[in-house]
Unconditional design. Structure first.
Length: 338
């Protein structure tokens, strides 16, 4: 008996710890802390379902306890097993489930069926890949459209339209503090709106199992004030910064004339690959590998040399042609692209 009670205490403590982690302010993916009206409605829906489930559980357990207690007070021979109890079967098996499902349907439609009334100020095309996010800024001037990856900048306080599609398998785009999750489907598009109340950094992730590195397919949304967003947008529109010293010059030559150019684009150079993330301003991003690693010289060197060792299954191959000096030069050049 003492072992059972000890296990119960550990179980309760674990549940409390999980609840605290889920609702903590420092949790990367917070479902109980909203930064937009849409996320607030999703949070309200979550609490509604939790409370409703708790009430139903308590009612069912109470009914079971009452039935067990009542029958224990009577002799087995006096319990009438012939009464089918049609009224309670209809109420408990038909009427109550219908009322509960109707309530869930109405509340869910109310919570998830509305977009911000304002017209979007910006449209983004987000494509899911195994295992990273391609982001194209659809600006009014076609010559100014550009691509980035895994980190999305939007203006705070203004609605942004995101058109979602997939290049391979089904993914799911989810930034919990800004919006509910939405499937990303090959050959189809889904329409999402983001509107952050205030400037901030909001973590997201893929929420549809998409392969071995599904857990490492993150996304980061930066909601910037108007001045910061305009400055960031202007920097992104520019071509890649030219080398400033002999090391980055060597790195540029190796990138443009080596295997990197087969897959990656660096605007302003002859590297025009289209199958991997655009590297034109990769040095300005805070993370690499779909928010898996911090963007530092060390992680860049490790990723360039042997990406599959860090993220098994990634389509970027192991690069063996660079010696130590060349690898440092390539990493320095990539880090300089801000």
């Amino acid at each position: 008996m003492s072992r059972i009670r000890r296990a119960e205490r550990w179980y309760i403590a674990a549940l409390i710890g999980l609840a605290a982690a889920a609702s903590g302010c420092d949790a990367p993916l917070q479902i109980f802390s909203s930064a937009s009206e849409s996320a607030a409605r999703a949070t309200s829906l979550t609490w509604f379902l939790i409370v409703l489930s708790g009430i139903i559980y308590v009612i069912v357990m109470a009914a079971m306890i009452v039935a067990m207690t009542r029958n224990r007070r009577r002799a087995a021979s006096s319990v009438d097993m012939s009464d089918p109890g049609i009224r309670w079967i209809v109420i408990g098996g038909l009427v109550m489930p219908a009322l509960v499902l109707a309530a869930v349907f109405v509340v869910s439609e109310t919570a998830t069926g509305r977009y911000p009334e304002q017209r979007p100020v910006l449209t983004l095309h987000v494509t899911g890949h195994q295992w990273w996010w391609e982001v194209e800024y659809d600006l009014p001037d076609p010559t100014q459209r550009f691509k980035t990856a895994n980190e999305i900048h939007i203006p705070a306080g203004q609605p942004v339209r995101i058109i979602l599609t997939s290049a391979d398998v089904i993914h799911s785009f989810w930034v919990p503090r800004l919006q509910g999750k939405l499937d990303v489907i090959p050959g189809d598009t889904n329409d999402l709106r983001l509107l952050a109340r205030a400037p901030g950094v909001y973590r997201g992730a893929c929420q549809e199992f998409c392969g071995s590195q599904h857990a490492n397919m993150g996304v980061v949304v930066f909601a910037d004030d108007s001045a910061t967003f305009s400055q960031w947008l202007g920097a992104q529109l520019a071509e890649a910064a030219p080398p400033t010293d002999s090391v980055t010059l060597m790195g540029q030559r190796l990138v443009v004339g080596g295997p990197c150019a087969l897959c990656h684009t660096v605007r302003g150079t002859s590297a025009l690959g289209q199958v991997a993330p655009d590297l034109t301003h990769v040095g300005s991003r805070t993370t690499i590998a779909a928010a898996m690693l911090p963007n530092t010289i060390g992680t860049l060197e490790a990723w360039i040399a042997n990406a599959p060792a860090l993220k098994p299954g990634t389509k970027m191959p192991t690069i063996t042609m660079f010696d130590g000096q060349q690898l440092r030069a390539v990493a320095a050049y990539v880090a300089s692209l801000k």
